[in-house]
Design a protein around this ligand. Structure first.
Ligand SMILES: CC(C)(COP(=O)(O)OP(=O)(O)OC[C@H]1O[C@@H](n2cnc3c(N)ncnc32)[C@H](O)[C@@H]1OP(=O)(O)O)[C@@H](O)C(=O)NCCC(=O)NCCS
Length: 176
């Protein structure tokens, strides 16, 4: 059974390697990456899944603004190939979404498959066009979740970078 815990600085290289193996170099071309460039992740929400001494999964979140209102963007999330399908990603999401709510975040978006992320409570943002991404995206894959009742429904407009972080490297997840 995987232990879900905060990412420590000593885990960062392994977590980065899991993301790189899962998504390949093409990940940097994604619209979600435009929103991460030059911005530090939300360090309190970087978690790993560990089995024995092995890191088998990672999740990170980035801060964004939706029409000027603060929200989170989930991802990247990745599990090592030989441990997929064991519920580890779902456990990572459940733990971190509960933590995000606890520390006061109101809404989370992501770009991903609704049939999968629906398991963690995400649904397609509707109507299409209410919330827009700054680059090309398949809007059937733009999903959201309110952590506070009605929070996401009250948001509209373009998703933009929340802040530029001078010390991104220190945040440990500059590239995601
Ligand atoms: C997607 C990913 C994070 C899921 O992690 P995981 O720990 O294997 O997921 P879980 O065990 O919680 O859930 C697995 C279930 O979800 C299903 N599933 C996985 N990806 C899915 C998808 N894209 N669409 C629909 N269902 C999906 C699996 O078939 C499995 O179904 P089952 O429970 O009926 O057997 C993992 O497979 C991964 O790292 N993939 C490569 C990177 C990636 O695609 N990340 C997401 C980008 S949006």
């Amino acid at each position: 059974m995987a232990v879900i815990r905060r990412e420590a600085s000593s885990d960062t290289a392994v977590a980065d390697a899991i993301v790189a193996a899962a998504f390949g170099p093409g990940r940097f071309a994604k619209s979600a990456y435009r929103l991460r460039e030059g911005v530090g992740c939300v360090a309190e929400l970087s978690f790993v899944a560990e089995e024995g001494a092995r890191i088998v999964g990672t999740v990170r979140y980035w801060p964004v603004l939706i029409g000027g209102k603060a929200a989170l963007m989930l991802g990247p999330i990745a599990i090592v190939a030989d441990r997929q399908g064991q519920g580890i990603a779902l456990a990572l999401m459940q733990t971190t979404l509960a933590e995000a709510k606890k520390i006061g975040h109101r809404a989370v978006i992501l770009v991903g498959d609704e049939p999968y992320y629906g398991r963690a409570g995400f649904a397609r943002i509707q109507p299409v066009g209410r919330i827009t991404m700054p680059g090309p995206v398949d809007y059937a894959r733009l999903l959201g979740l309110s952590l506070v009742d009605g929070a996401l429904e009250a948001m509209a407009g373009e998703v933009r970078k929340a802040r530029i972080t001078a010390t991104v490297a220190a945040a440990g997840c500059a590239l995601g």
